[in-house]
Write a new protein. Structure first.
Length: 166
């Protein structure tokens, strides 16, 4: 008997939960209808009253036309802005190309100057080399002359002078 009572109690609890959910759903539906009902009544009044319907259509049409006009103005403004941006971009690209060309020309001049300086430096190195060879030859000749002079002065010292012979 207790198991029957437990089962009946469980069923009653389940039914009570279902009833509570049904009531909650019904209350939510009534609240939604209460919110939407004035709009539906207004729409019905407009539909049944041709003058009100025409006025409503005219109002909606005018509002739509204003929105379209505003959108067209925004689109025209956006096109003008885009055109200005494209023109600014074109000007920037042209300026960049000019600056790049000037930098390339300057770099080419500097490379040419560097090549000229290298060539001059090489010529100077060759000339310095020739001068060093010449200097060495002059030193050798000077050394030879010094040795010869030193040899003469030794011979002259050993040889009596004519004044001393008498």
């Amino acid at each position: 008997m207790t198991s029957e009572m437990t089962a009946m109690t469980a069923m009653a609890t389940v039914e009570a939960d279902q009833d509570a959910r049904s009531r909650d759903s019904l209350v939510a539906l009534i609240e939604q209808l209460a919110t939407d009902l004035p709009v539906y009544i207004e729409e019905l009044a407009i539909i049944t009253d041709s003058a009100a319907a025409e006025a409503r259509i005219e109002t909606v049409t005018r509002a739509s036309a204003q929105r379209i006009l505003a959108a067209e103005e925004r689109a025209a403004l956006a096109e003008e802005t885009a055109d200005m941006a494209v023109a600014a971009l074109d000007a920037a690209q042209e300026k960049f190309a000019e600056e790049t060309a000037a930098i390339r020309e300057e770099a080419a001049r500097q490379v040419a100057d560097a090549a000229f300086v290298r060539a001059e430096l090489e010529r100077y190195r060759e000339r310095v080399g020739l001068l060093e060879v010449r200097l060495d030859a002059v030193r050798d000749e000077t050394d030879a002359l010094r040795r010869e002079r030193a040899g003469r002065s030794t011979v002259e010292r050993e040889r009596p002078r004519p004044a001393e012979q008498c």
